[in-house]
Ligand binder design. Structure first.
Ligand SMILES: *[C@@H]1O[C@H](CO)[C@@H](O)[C@H](O)[C@H]1NC(C)=O
Length: 178
């Protein structure tokens, strides 16, 4: 009968433990709504969003689809993240003005994942309008794993260009009328 060597057993065990840690969920950003991977299987989409990832900058969501949440400049954005498997490591909310590039931290959430359940906060958004900006929840555990969820947001210009020029025109006109 075939007798596996200890080294082989250890290898198989390590592989299985690796698999288990891959399928376990750690948390998900519930609001604002996040981008999800392209996958016909709904459960799989969620699973990919909660799993550790090495895919930068947006995890499994990548350039996947997701609704756009609209805000006004400087709005206070409510965020909620649900932790399902607690572990240490700093969590933060980051913001990119365009193309998922140059993410800046807009709120430090500290060790947000130390207990199961909801983590929520109000996060002040920038005042500068943008059409294709990204809010990213990022959590880096102490073992080098990343949990990343990206949400598409828009910060609406309170006075868009066409309205500005209309106003300028009307002031010119009224001056002429004087
Ligand atoms: C948060 O995660 C826990 C543990 O997985 C789960 O029992 C609970 O229903 C989740 N809550 C929400 C609001 O998703």
């Amino acid at each position: 009968m075939y007798q596996p060597k200890t080294s082989q057993i250890i290898f198989v065990l390590a592989f299985l433990i690796g698999l288990v840690s891959q399928v376990s969920a750690h948390g998900i950003l519930l609001t604002p709504p996040i981008r999800l991977a392209h996958d016909d299987d709904n459960a799989n989409k969620i699973l990919q969003a909660v799993n550790p990832t090495t895919q930068m900058p947006c995890g499994a969501g990548g350039d996947g689809y997701g609704p756009v949440t609209k805000f006004k400049p400087g709005d206070s954005m409510y965020i909620a993240y649900n932790v399902s498997i607690p572990h240490p490591g700093p969590c933060k909310i980051e913001f990119s003005k365009k193309n998922d590039k140059h993410f800046k931290t807009i709120m430090e959430l500290g060790e947000c994942g130390s207990a199961v359940g909801l983590v929520s906060a109000f996060v002040d958004l920038p005042h500068e309008p943008c059409d294709e900006c990204t809010v990213r929840f990022s959590w880096n555990d102490d073992l080098g794993n990343w949990y990343l969820n990206c949400a598409n947001v828009q910060i609406e210009d309170p006075m868009p260009m066409h309205k500005r020029s209309v106003r300028r025109l009307s002031t010119r006109k009224s001056r002429r009328n004087l």
